[in-house]
Design a binder for this molecule. Structure first.
Ligand code: ZN
Length: 220
């Protein structure tokens, strides 16, 4: 299959979903992504006729080959994420990708993903700010099976209704003003206030020891 074939085969090894590709000469084309368990997905592209404006309100039809269209789309999808940018889309030489083509695509994708993760690591080292980590970085780390401190977007904090201090969601007691924010949970963990202060486990343990000492004394 060469550049004169009427169709070309776009191969995608990434599970990422792409928005449809738009071109004036054919409208919209959806590049398929592999379903779970599928190693790759194929999108067959056909050639089409474009109209060239040659002035004087005249146009001239010209042929755009399937190969040209497929290469253009692969370039567009792969090429907008910086150095070595590759998102797993390529044009197969034949009607189906060969093992060698797939292996090469996997190698390029992994290399690009490792580069993203390295850059994200440096960014995290410098700023500790999850805002500077992109979705692309997070996806790369997940696909490589890497556990990173910057993988998770921390939940935004809540505000204590008593002292307006930033606190975590669902806490029983405000860390700043010690107000009980969830009575049920506080009671469950033995933090219910007794005579104005929280009874901790160690306190109750002490109380029990004192009672036992008193009991032993009375037995003498
Ligand atoms: Zn508070």
């Amino acid at each position: 299959m060469g550049t004169n074939s009427s169709t070309a085969v776009l191969v995608n090894i990434s599970t990422e979903k792409w928005p449809p590709r738009l071109r004036t000469y054919f409208g919209s084309l959806n590049v398929r992504s592999p379903e779970p368990g599928e190693p790759y997905a194929i999108t067959v592209v056909s050639g089409c006729d474009g109209l060239m404006d040659i002035g004087d309100k005249r146009t001239m039809p010209y042929r755009i080959t399937a190969q040209e269209i497929a290469e253009d789309i692969a370039r567009e999808i792969n090429g907008d994420s910086g150095e070595g940018s590759f998102h797993g889309v390529f044009v197969a030489a034949g009607t189906a990708p060969t093992e060698a083509e797939l292996a090469e695509a996997r190698r390029r994708l992994e290399e690009f993903q490792r580069r993203l993760v390295t850059a994200a690591d440096l960014e995290w080292e410098r700023t500790k700010n999850p805002m500077f980590i992109t979705d692309l970085d997070r996806r790369a780390a997940r696909q490589l099976g890497l556990e990173k401190p910057w993988l998770y977007d921390p939940k935004p904090l809540a505000e204590c209704p008593v002292c307006a201090e930033k606190i975590k969601h669902g806490v029983a007691v405000c860390r700043s003003c010690h107000a009980i924010l969830d009575r049920e949970k506080a009671a469950q963990y033995g933090l219910f206030p007794k005579e104005g202060k929280a009874a901790t486990d160690s306190q109750r343990h002490r109380d029990k020891q004192e009672r036992e000492v008193a009991k032993n004394d009375s037995q003498k």
